[in-house]
Design a protein around this ligand. Structure first.
Ligand code: COA
Ligand code: AMP
Length: 628
């Protein structure tokens, strides 16, 4: 099968194509309706299919003879712990925890928030929620209580599952006070908080809603998988948008299972029994898709790594893992390789390990800059595959489909559209642009399986954020171009989203926090390039009249506020007090121009600009701070 045939059949005959892919999975009732419309007139996949994602990912493999194969390998250099769970053991633990959740009142359609570090219990909790036909929402452990509170109010969970602490390189983070604070901040209160106690730092369970993971399991009867429809939601994952409130991206069961399963062979060229390692965190979409669901749906062995690419204990951590667990495919963010390169520029630590088992290194989450690509190829001798995707899609939109046909790589390009993604470049009026022209990247509807059908509880927001700008298309929020050979080049976001060390954050949300400082009248937060983390946020601030504070003091205050409101991952780099900001005559700050200026990209000066000279001033200021 050639890539061209595979791709064109997915676009020309999507129902036939995806119906065929769906038949590779063990449904309780296979779907006969492949593509249909829902009450919002959105395209939906496999509406009449009946399944249980946990059954497909766990029980099915036990029934078909994989019970003794490792399902999850846990390796935690930060706690010096290693362990493995076979598919049979995983089934026992997931069924037991699902029983415990059911005892706490969790039923099909109920929400459960999971706020946990990278331990196997996080995956067990996710799968247990899925087993009950309930909906999980995993919140990344690096988010502050205020962020958790927003998610509690939006998802209104019956139960929160957490652990007593997270362990970062040199610090232990007690989670219990964070969860308690979040519940205090939120209007909604969960009925129960289930705590997994870690030896590193157990938590005191003092509230009547608190219960211990082991206690609830020992009191429970194992739960069987609950059948759900293809379009029933599996999870909500909050992601940064352009405004302060994060968007609850919804994922349904059927389309997700089909896309995940298909991708493991078609994109990653993995077969059942292979070891697949996504060095991400379960709190991000990569963790949902490629630490938990896809490898397990495909009968592979997955790895949960509670460590960093560097300093746990050194920049050889990734290579040690590859050798020790015979990893066939490694998937991580470019920032991880930049960190390794910084500490081991000649790649000497790679030679300490036998990484011959490794077939490919996949990267995503942010732009793969050519120096990082070149370094990784040169030092590892392995093919490096860039692929572009988003929380909203749940899997790659563009990439090199190694299991179908490996096509030549072009540095700087995320390669070709993946099956089902009809990728187009549009101008501002929505007209399709020819090869080589840069514009907004949009995907012609219908979106393939696994892509979001809505924002949790807010279809209007979904419509206005993604479908209104270009009718008939999904707006990705990224800009770029397609060359004469059909290769897609992603040039960066066209909105207020930035990527810091592979973590997606909103500058709009940061502005809301900065604006709360008593000295601040107006502000603009933008991302500037960083050689390690890709981008870092900086602030340009106009003070209120009569305020007397230095840049440095204001910066310390703002940093503290951002850690408290968003989390330590915000990594605010610098604050600059400015006399004015570029604005339209109606007073709107021209953030897009500032963003493009910081990014070294061309920008058009609108005729409505109040004072064009202000732009030169901004440029000079950015240079003076070494932002550009
Ligand atoms: N829980 C609590 N705190 C966390 C956290 C978590 N899960 N993750 C990060 N933090 C904290 C860190 O401890 C750090 O705190 P500090 O400023 O008080 O020291 C802060 O958030 C910033 O963390 P990070 O951006 O991760 O910086 P780092 O210097 O510790 O590590 C990298 C740099 C590049 C090694 C690391 O960011 C990395 O591995 N990134 C890849 C991320 C990734 O895989 N993303 C998924 C996309 S596929
Ligand atoms: P997230 O939803 O956290 O996965 O972030 C999605 C955003 O990350 C995309 O909209 C892009 O801006 C960026 N991104 C992800 N992968 C790539 C890639 N391979 N190349 C360039 N940008 C990427």
């Amino acid at each position: 099968m050639s890539y061209a045939n595979e791709y064109s059949s997915s676009i020309d005959t999507p129902e036939h194509f995806w119906g065929d892919k769906a038949s590779a999975l063990p449904w309780f009732v296979p779907p006969t309706t492949i593509l249909s419309k829902d009450e919002n007139n959105m395209d939906r996949w496999f509406a009449d299919g009946v399944l249980n994602t946990c059954y497909m990912a766990v029980d099915h493999h036990v029934q078909s003879g994989r019970g003794d194969q490792a399902a999850i390998i846990y390796d935690s250099p930060v706690t010096n712990t290693k362990s493995q769970l076979t598919y049979s053991q995983l089934q026992t633990q997931v069924a037991a925890f699902a029983g415990a959740l059911r005892d706490k009142g969790v039923e099909k359609g109920d929400r459960v928030i999971i706020y946990m570090p990278m331990i196997p219990e996080a995956a067990i909790a996710m799968l247990a929620v899925a087993r009950l036909g309930a909906i999980h929402s995993v919140v990344f452990g690096g988010f502050a209580p205020a962020e958790l509170a927003v998610r509690i109010d939006d998802a209104t969970p019956k139960v929160i599952v957490t652990a007593s602490c997270g362990v970062e390189i040199a610090k232990v983070i007690p989670y219990k006070p964070l969860v308690d604070e979040a519940i205090n901040l939120a209007s909604h209160s969960p009925d129960s908080v289930i705590m997994f106690q870690r030896d590193t730092l157990p938590a005191e369970l003092h509230h009547e809603r608190d219960c211990d993971w082991n206690d609830v399991i020992s009191a429970a009867t194992p739960a069987e998988p609950v059948p759900v429809n293809g379009t029933d939601p599996l999870y909500i994952l909050y992601t940064s948008g352009t405004t302060g409130a994060p968007k609850g991206v919804m994922r349904d069961n059927g389309g997700h299972a089909v896309a995940m399963h298909y991708s493991m062979a078609a994109i990653y060229d993995n077969q059942p029994g292979d070891v697949f390692w996504a060095a991400s965190d379960v709190g991000w979409v990569v963790g949902h898709s490629y630490i938990v669901y896809a490898p397990l749906l495909a009968g592979c062995t997955t790895i949960m790594y509670e460590g960093k690419p560097v300093r746990t204990p050194d920049a050889g951590g990734f290579w040690r893992m590859v050798e020790e667990y015979q990893v066939k495919t490694l998937f991580a963010a470019p920032t991880a390789f930049r960190a390794i390169k910084k500490e081991d520029p000649d790649g000497l630590l790679i030679n300490d390990y036998d990484i011959s088992c490794l077939n490919n290194i996949f990267m995503a989450g942010e732009r793969l800059d050519p120096p990082t690509y070149d370094w990784t190829v040169e030092k590892t001798g392995k093919p490096v595959i860039d692929h572009w995707w988003q929380t909203e899609t749940g899997w790659a939109i563009c990439g090199n489909m190694l299991g179908i046909e490996k096509v030549p790589v072009k540095a700087g390009s995320a390669t070709l559209p993946i099956s089902g993604f009809n990728v187009c470049i549009l101008d501002e009026s929505g007209a399709e642009l020819p090869a080589g022209s840069q514009g907004a990247i949009a995907i012609k509807c219908p979106l393939p399986p696994s892509c979001l059908p809505s924002i949790w509880g807010n279809f209007e927001r979904f419509e206005s954020a993604y479908l209104t700008e270009f009718p008939g298309y999904y707006s990705t929020g990224d800009g770029g171009y397609i060359d004469e050979d059909g290769y897609v080049f992603i040039m960066g976001r066209t909105d207020d989203v930035i990527n810091i060390a592979g973590h997606r954050l909103s500058t709009g949300e940061m502005e809301e926090v900065v604006a709360q400082h008593p000295a601040v009248a107006e502000c603009a937060v933008i991302g500037v390039k960083d050689s390690l983390k890709g981008q870092l946020p900086v602030g340009m601030v106009i003070l209120k009249d009569g305020q007397d504070i230095t840049d440095a003091d204001l910066h310390q205050d703002i940093k503290k506020a951002l850690v408290a409101n968003i989390g330590p991952i915000a990594c605010f780099k610098d604050t600059l007090i400015v006399p004015r900001l570029p604005k339209t005559r109606s007073g709107k700050i021209l953030r897009k121009i500032l963003r493009n200026m910081a990014d070294g990209q061309a920008y058009t000066v609108p005729s409505t600009i109040d004072d064009p000279a202000c732009l030169d001033e901004m440029h000079g200021l950015m240079q003076s701070r070494n932002w550009i």
